[in-house]
Design a protein around this ligand. Structure first.
Ligand code: ZN
Length: 303
């Protein structure tokens, strides 16, 4: 009983620590920084997923929008680059740190575009908020992608061709990458976590195999000079992506070997040697080595 009480007290203490960390993060002054990647394409970083901005002949094509609370700062950053209106806002997938600003950016001039499953999952998430009266019906409507596709969709703007294509069951079940052919910039959404272990959302249709295949598809599309916008992390090169997919494949091999040897989830989670070659380089992000090993195990065990 005493143990139980101590444990409950500890859990309450931990959850209040977590809440205060979260609110401190939310309150902290977020600065939107801008990287120019090519003539017409920029990457915006604030909090949450990296934003891609293409300034076209008459309009802006925007990729992802971070959190709602940052929308006015993000709009200011875009206005510092151009006064052209945003014609399209593309969601690379459904997570709230990439779609949170949808309602703020959705107006008569801006059309929201995403894969079919993004619309389905955003609907599910927003429906819960609507039921709990946390959002209005109008806000709910404005959160939803208005044009969806199943495999790919192409946009044309003068000399530029913008190809968006779906990759199956990678980070989620609704991921799409966006390639600006002439500017030679690829936005990979969260199918690429530059310089850190990936978050693969198994509960939203993600899988290790699909994640690795997504990298391979990206490598087929891009060239030696292509600039890559990862979902999280700094702008990257083809060489860095090749190196990263090599690391994921080696870890996959090690985990499959452990599964074949009959290791349990707990054993794999604690077996630091499985990923020790890479932990110093990639294990410092949001996904720690043990969580990464757990995700790989669960996903590969099911295949
Ligand atoms: Zn994500």
């Amino acid at each position: 009983m005493d143990f139980y009480k101590t444990r409950v007290a500890f859990l309450i203490f931990m959850s209040s620590v977590c809440i205060s960390i979260l609110s401190a993060q939310e309150q902290e002054e977020v600065v939107i920084t801008i990287d120019k990647l090519s003539n017409d394409v920029y990457m915006l970083t604030g909090q949450g997923g990296n934003i891609g901005i293409y300034i076209g002949q008459k309009n802006v094509f925007m990729i992802d929008d971070q959190f709602d609370r940052l929308s006015s700062k993000i709009k200011d950053a875009i206005e510092s680059l151009t006064n052209k209106p945003i014609a399209f806002l593309f969601n690379t997938h459904m997570h709230g740190d990439h779609t949170g600003g949808n309602a703020s950016f959705n107006n008569d001039l801006t059309t929201l575009v995403a894969h079919n499953n993004v619309r389905k999952r955003v609907m599910e998430n927003e429906q819960k908020k609507l039921d709990d009266k946390k959002i209005t019906q109008e806000y709910y409507n404005k959160m939803l992608p208005e044009v969806t596709f199943s495999d790919d969709i192409t946009f044309y703007d003068g000399e530029e061709t913008i190809m968006a294509f779906h990759v199956h069951n990678a980070h989620t079940d609704g991921d799409a990458m966006v390639y600006f052919v002439n500017n030679d910039v690829l936005h990979m959404g969260d199918t690429f976590f530059a310089g850190r272990y990936p978050f693969i959302d198994l509960n939203s249709g993600g899988s290790v195999e699909g994640f690795i295949n997504a990298h391979k598809k990206a490598l087929m599309v891009i060239g030696e000079e292509t600039k890559i916008i990862p979902g999280h992390g700094r702008p990257s090169t083809k060489k860095e992506l090749e190196e990263y997919v090599g690391v994921l494949e080696n870890i996959r091999t090690n985990i499959l070997t452990a599964i074949e040897a009959g290791k349990t989830l707990e054993e794999v989670k604690t077996a630091t040697d499985i990923s020790s070659d890479y932990d110093n380089t990639y294990g410092d992000g949001f996904i720690k080595p043990d969580v990464m090993r757990e995700t790989f195990y669960k996903s590969l065990k099911n295949d």
